[in-house]
Design a protein around this ligand. Structure first.
Ligand code: KG4
Ligand code: ZN
Length: 351
């Protein structure tokens, strides 16, 4: 079964064709990072306006690269939430219209759940991966991105429980904000990870907030803690604006702060994943979302979990439409279709 996936929830309009939920036939992501870099973060209106311009060519390219014509597409899957309202609307309206015009069943996909399904995609375009095994259930997924941080236990494709989630900022958001304070630019995750390789992770310490649910996360406190730490390093008080700090820092202060911050966040993520592993004894543990691209997180989980950790290649950790088509396949098999005349976006959708 061939599914065409469409994703426009944030700043990366994307389309992909996936066979049987596991085989990537094409995976096109038209990143807008250069459009947003000048603003130091994603500007929702800029994202939506750009999606309108590129989404149809992106879809056409995905079909062309997959060598699949419209009659061969069995169903269409589209992200309907969570995400930026205007950005989501572009994808959903495009998918609804095409589903009606091309007479295809339409599947509404939860972007966060779909991140976990990047781990089911066993073949990149043209490169069969012989070591690939479809993940087994029960499956524990740590989904950490710029918009979400969740620890989810999947009993099967549709029966899942969110064990814990962030009470405030997402993990990736903390990476992005701290990178901005350090003058490392946007997106922050890769920049922090790079600076961290040159720094000492034990140089500075940041304390963990106490939370009621042992599986929840909170990342807004560490942002403020890093800000106060940097203000103290440059000998200023709490009124000194964060965007004036970076030019006053030495390279080693930047690198040591990046390494210490990354270690702290990764420790929190690993600790909860290990606790959940011990309590629920899943057959598979997967990581997903942009922060799953972080090498230190991958290494720590691999070192501390008693079973191998599964993670997608980096281009499938960050937003893409292959994961939408991938999860869409399992929903299509269960005949969980949506009405192309009425499907609405759900910007605050929660798993
Ligand atoms: O999944 P994603 O592409 O978009 C959302 O759905 O949010 O995740 C983007 C996030 C950004 O916050 C980015 O800084 C973070 O993932 N990220 C990383 C790394 N690469 C991307 N965070 C830590 N380490 C990385 N190597
Ligand atoms: Zn995402």
């Amino acid at each position: 079964m061939k599914i065409l996936g469409i994703e426009t929830s944030c700043h990366e309009p994307a389309a992909a064709v996936v066979g049987d939920g596991v085989k990537i036939l094409s995976n096109i992501v038209a990143s807008q990072i250069d459009l947003h870099r000048a603003f130091g973060g994603v500007v929702p209106e800029v994202a939506a306006r750009s999606h309108i311009e590129v989404i149809l060519p992106v879809i056409e390219t995905a079909l062309e690269q997959a060598h699949v014509s419209w009659p061969k597409i069995d169903a269409m899957a589209v992200t309907y939430g969570p995400g930026l309202p205007g950005a989501l609307l572009v994808g959903v309206i495009t998918a609804r219209t095409l589903a009606l015009v091309k007479n295809k069943p339409l599947i509404a996909v939860d972007h966060v759940a779909a991140h976990a399904y990047a781990n089911f995609l066993g073949q990149k375009t043209g490169k069969p991966d012989s070591s690939f095994r479809i993940p087994d259930f029960p499956l524990l997924a740590l989904i950490v991105s710029g918009g979400h941080s969740q620890l989810v236990l999947f009993q099967n494709h549709f029966d899942y429980k969110v064990l814990g989630e962030t009470l405030d900022d997402a993990a990736g958001e903390a990476f992005d904000k701290v990178a901005k304070m350090l003058g490392l630019g946007f997106p922050g995750g890769p920049a922090i990870a790079k600076a961290a390789t040159q720094g000492s992770p034990l140089k500075y310490s940041f304390t963990e907030p106490k939370l009621d649910n042992q599986y929840d996360f909170s990342f807004s406190g560490i942002k403020t803690a890093v800000l106060r730490h940097l203000q103290a390093l440059v000998k200023k008080d709490y009124r000194f604006a964060s965007h004036h700090i970076a030019p006053l820092l030495t390279q080693s202060q930047v690198n040591d702060t990046a390494a210490s911050f990354q270690k702290t966040v990764v420790d929190w993520l690993v600790e909860r994943t290990l606790m959940a592993y011990k309590e629920f004894e899943p057959k598979t543990v997967v990581i997903a979302g942009g922060v799953a691209a972080n090498q230190h997180l991958r290494q720590q989980l691999a070192a501390q979990l008693p079973i191998p950790i599964t993670y997608p290649p980096i281009n499938l950790c960050t937003d893409n439409a292959a994961m939408i088509a991938g999860y869409g396949y399992f929903l299509a098999k269960a005949k969980r279709f949506s009405n192309a005349l009425t499907l609405e976006t759900e910007p605050s959708l929660s798993m």
